[in-house]
Design a protein around this ligand. Structure first.
Ligand code: MTE
Length: 333
């Protein structure tokens, strides 16, 4: 699908390359068997999983029996139109990072072991309305919409996805934070019996991410509960994940069970593993290379084409103001 609307993040070049060609290239660092200590020294990091061959096009989803299936598709929010073709579902659903199910890209099969009902979400910390909510109650209470967002992995590949969900600021409003709350800390489930990747004891499970309150209440910060007009398939981080498209993909935490409002800046999963390579802010910036590779360009999944990367992944008009006083500091990135 091609959406035409001129915006700051436009990248005019578009060229199709068969996905078999793209997927037949083994591009990523092999990471299996490393302990956490050596992980940092050897450079293990977010999105470093090996791209395995074959399997493209399987696109497992199986969401028709989802208790919220009747809610989808939802109406598209036209504010966030894009000038890029959507990444085919067969590609984005079979090329995932979800370390809870393995440190490679072909976890979609393994991820089907994720049990997404019953699923409870805890909202706690510095809030006036702490609560534990059943996921279906939460999803049904929120104003759902569709947003076409670009996703830019720190590993220098990108995709464009039609997420469904609600603005994170709606959840913040419901929680009614106290003035002492400066950050939202988000946490993924922890169940090593179910998620074999969590038996890799050298990782600091559970996966944790965080945003400042200003970031969390920016309209672009989106809680994802569906994709391609259906409930979210497990490999994307069902039943609820974050999408913050101006930041590198590792900030977009999957399968969230807890939102904690806090005065302390959370230490995220990858930051704990390797703070030199993965900062808290992680705003997309083509001018600041990752210590082990350039961020100047990105490979658009499914096209084989490299295009220039945009500051804030092209979303500067919405989010640059959040960082205007920080531009001389390394933590800006
Ligand atoms: N969340 C959890 N819980 N576990 C993960 O391994 N990987 C992150 C992010 N969220 C990850 C996660 C990374 S590195 C990326 S690039 C995106 O999820 C990938 O999202 P996708 O599989 O939908 O493309």
């Amino acid at each position: 699908m091609l959406i035409k609307s001129k915006k700051g993040w436009e990248i005019p070049e578009r060229e199709a390359t068969p996905q078999e060609i793209f997927f037949n290239r083994r591009r990523f660092l092999k990471t299996t068997g490393l302990v956490l200590a050596s992980a940092a020294s050897m450079g293990l990091g977010a999105c470093d999983g090996e791209a395995e061959e074959s399997g493209a096009g399987a696109g497992a989803s199986g969401t028709s029996s989802d208790p919220t299936a009747d809610l989808y598709p939802v109406t598209r929010n036209e504010r966030y139109m894009i000038e890029r073709e959507l990444t085919p579902k067969s590609i984005s659903s079979t090329y995932n990072n979800f370390y809870e199910f393995g440190s490679h890209k072909r976890i979609y099969d393994k991820a089907q072991e994720l049990k997404i009902r019953p699923w409870q979400v805890v909202i706690d910390g510095e809030v006036n309305n702490p609560e534990t909510l059943d996921i279906d109650t939460l999803i049904r209470a929120m104003p759902l919409e569709e947003r076409l967002y670009r996703h830019r992995c720190v590993e220098a590949w990108s995709m464009t996805v039609p997420w469904s969900g609600f603005a994170l600021k709606e959840l913040v409003k419901r929680a009614d934070p106290k003035s002492s709350a400066r950050y939202v800390r988000m946490e993924t489930f922890q169940d090593p019996d179910m998620a074999s990747g969590q038996r890799q004891y050298w990782y600091p499970w559970p996966y944790v991410e965080g945003l400042t309150m200003e970031e969390a209440t920016n309209d672009l910060a989106f809680m994802v509960t569906g994709v391609y007009g259906e409930p979210l398939p497990k490999q994307y981080g069902a039943p609820i994940r974050l999408a913050v498209p101006w930041k590198y993909g590792f900030k977009s935490i999957k399968s969230i069970v807890r939102f904690t409002f806090t005065s302390q800046r959370p230490v995220s999963f990858w930051e704990e593993i390797n703070p030199q390579e993965y900062g808290f802010w992680a705003n997309v910036n083509p001018e600041v290379p990752h210590p082990r590779w350039s961020q100047a360009t990105e490979e658009v999944l499914g096209t084989g084409k490299r295009v220039p990367t945009q500051l804030f992944n092209g979303y500067g008009e919405y989010v640059a103001g959040l960082y205007k006083d920080m531009q001389d500091k390394p933590i800006y990135f």
